[in-house]
Ligand binder design. Structure first.
Ligand code: ZN
Length: 307
């Protein structure tokens, strides 16, 4: 039994252009940092299926995103969300990575998994791509776990520095889903206030700029982890963004690598309490290349060591 690393070279082929923070180099540095890890099983991501994506995104939206992919040059879905020739394939691989990781973990082929993919997904709402994201891979994987794997209760915990408005939009009316997020607030995209609670299944822990690891850990210990325990999931999915790191250029939280290791350890403990340790993590943000690589390595090291 082991930790599964799922990725695909196509995820490097999405290129929003020079100077865009969501660069192909992000994935290259993460994979380089994980290259030497022993004891990881490795798997190439399949393409996400239209049937899976359609459980979250309408057919019109799905086809519209793929039809917007330019044969050359770039096309913008919004001022932040830029497509290049490889973007459609990358987004489909990102979805396929997470759904196939769920399949592997539910089948007992791996204890847990990390999906090293881009573009990220947690900002994309059912009918709107935004914030560097094309398809909401983690929301699609949650629906896949229910519809295909037969699981009932799916929890998504998101420690990216930005609020996952898209994932919340999918979860907030459905008591079989749980969404909890720690994020800087106020900050893009503007959602994620503490009083956004869905049908009692949403827990937002907004953190002011300057919050350090102690404040982050307190938010998890006092709010997110107790609510996760109360929900008692059949599967735990993690939106692992590393842009709450103190070196990140896009935000102002002050986390360091040990904080990401700490939260990973707490989430694994919760997964062991409720769902035989079944946890699937997917890369979201993280824009300082050195901090991103080191933080993702700290995250995966805990997944590998504490399976
Ligand atoms: Zn982010």
């Amino acid at each position: 039994m082991t930790t599964l690393l799922v990725t695909h070279p196509d995820c490097i082929g999405h290129d929003p252009g020079a100077g865009h923070p969501e660069s192909p180099a992000r994935l290259s540095v993460v994979l380089k940092a994980l290259e030497e890890f022993h004891g990881l099983a490795r798997q190439e991501a399949p393409l996400g299926s239209e049937a899976d994506i359609a459980r979250v995104h309408g057919k019109q939206f799905f086809e519209g995103v793929l039809a917007s992919v330019p044969p050359t040059g770039r096309a913008a879905l919004d001022p932040d969300t830029i497509l290049s020739r490889g973007s459609g394939q990358a987004a489909l691989r990102a979805v396929g990575a997470v759904t196939s990781a769920v399949d592997a973990v539910v089948a007992g082929k791996a204890n847990n998994a990390f999906c090293a993919v881009r573009p990220p997904g947690h900002h994309t709402e059912p009918d709107r791509a935004m914030g560097f994201c094309l398809f909401n891979s983690i929301a699609v994987a949650a629906r896949h776990a229910q519809a295909v794997c037969g699981l009932e209760r799916i929890a998504i915990v998101d420690f990216d520095v930005h609020h996952g408005n898209g994932t919340q939009a999918v979860a907030q009316t459905d008591p079989t889903l749980f969404y909890a997020s720690s994020h800087q607030f106020p900050l893009y995209p503007g959602t994620g206030a503490a009083d956004e609670t869905g049908v009692g299944n949403i827990v937002n822990a907004p953190l002011p700029a300057g919050t350090d690891g102690a404040g982050f850990r307190k938010a998890f210990e006092s709010r997110i982890l107790p609510a996760l325990d109360a929900f008692a999931p059949d599967l735990l999915l993690v939106s692992a963004g590393f842009d709450a790191h103190r070196a990140d250029p896009l935000a102002g939280l002050e986390l360091e690598e040990p904080d990401f290791a700490w939260v990973t350890s707490r989430l694994l403990e919760a997964a062991r309490r409720h769902c035989q340790g079944r946890l699937v993590s997917v890369l979201e943000g993280g824009y300082d290349l050195r901090a991103l690589a080191a933080s993702a390595a700290a995250h995966v090291e805990v997944l590998r060591r504490e399976t």
